[in-house]
Design a protein around this ligand. Structure first.
Ligand code: NDP
Length: 304
């Protein structure tokens, strides 16, 4: 009975009720986002081309391999067309840019994602800049970063910051006027998230911390919403968190067989009002928002 699509909403509601109300279930939220894309796809004529994304991966870094494989699996489950182009670590910057230019020119490719980090000496910024802004579903082309700053919604916003906003919207976490502290100023997460949350429609009061920040815990303890995006396992402990704060843990760190976040979950959990776990928190939203961006690029290309 529960397989009936009409009852999927009820299924998700029941799942939510049965889980710990403090823990934000990123997988469940991502499933909601993906169902909405499925519904929009169903409304498009069946003989129209399918959304198509090409992943570009350089080298054999195990984490990059697994991220790209996961993104491709979700794209395929949605009925998108997908392709992974793998290049050796020895590829030159100009050769890689040539390949990207051919994808830019291919009308059957709607979205292009170059998986970061890129091995040295490739310069990430010049590779990101080579992706056609209209196909830049990762949102790192300077044109799209500029549109983020100018609040121009025609651009593409990087997927993890977009996922953080989606969590706040779907979990009714108010941002307006609240103090949001981001630990980490990386290009992939911290910096674009700081620009996004300060935009008028979210209107948080944003503070960004980094490795040179002094008295980190004095600042993080002021946060109504605390975002950790450093890649340092367990950096954020109970001493860093205010009572009833919302904590969104972006970090993904390998500890032996396990993945852990930047937040010491055990010590922080009793204090917070809401928290994302690792894994199963922000990560699934990052992938879901990539699908949102790819579908947006597809609609843009087909002028639907
Ligand atoms: P970067 O390496 O680009 O940025 C890390 C940031 O952390 C830097 O700004 C650095 O400061 C800051 N930092 C380092 N040490 C400290 C410290 N002791 N105190 C305060 N700040 C510190 O990382 P990314 O932004 O690319 O990624 C961050 C994390 O998010 C990683 O674990 C990554 O795996 C994860 N990630 C997770 C995703 C998801 O979907 N869940 C998606 C993308 C990334 P400084 O600038 O001064 O060096």
């Amino acid at each position: 009975l529960i397989k009936n699509p009409c009852l999927s909403f009820l299924k998700r509601y029941l799942q939510r009720m049965s889980t710990d109300s403090k823990i934000i279930d990123g997988k469940l939220l991502a499933d909601e986002v993906l169902s909405e894309i499925r519904a929009k796809m169903a409304a498009i004529e069946s003989d129209a081309p399918k959304p198509a994304i090409t992943f570009v991966r350089v080298g054999e870094d195990p984490a990059s391999r697994s991220y790209v494989a996961r993104k491709q699996r979700v794209a395929n489950e949605l009925g998108f067309l997908s392709d992974i182009q793998v290049f050796p670590e020895t590829i030159t910057e100009s050769k890689l840019i040539e390949h990207i230019a051919s994808l830019n020119a291919n009308p059957n490719v709607h979205g292009i994602l170059v998986q970061a980090p890129l091995p040295a000496p490739l310069r990430t910024q010049s590779i990101f800049g080579a992706v056609d802004p209209r196909k830049d579903v990762d949102g790192f082309n300077p044109i799209n970063l500029g549109k983020l700053v100018t609040e121009d919604s025609s651009g593409f916003v990087p997927c993890t910051p977009l996922g953080l906003v989606e969590i706040c919207k779907r979990e009714n976490i108010q941002t307006e006027g609240r103090h949001l502290v981001i630990v980490g100023r990386g290009l992939i997460v911290g910096k674009p998230a700081s620009i996004l949350f300060v935009q008028k429609q979210l209107s948080a009061t944003v503070t960004v911390c980094h490795s040179k920040t002094q008295n980190l815990q004095n600042i993080t303890r002021q946060a109504d919403i605390l975002i950790a995006a450093t890649g340092l396992a367990g950096l954020i402990t109970a001493q860093h968190v205010k009572q009833d704060a919302v904590v969104l843990d972006v970090g993904i760190n390998r500890q032996g067989e396990n993945l852990v976040g930047d937040v010491d979950f055990e010590s922080v959990y009793p204090i917070v009002s809401r928290i994302t776990p690792v894994p199963g928190g922000v990560g699934p939203l990052t992938v879901a928002m990539l699908m949102v961006n790819t579908f947006k690029a597809y609609l843009l290309a087909l002028k639907i």
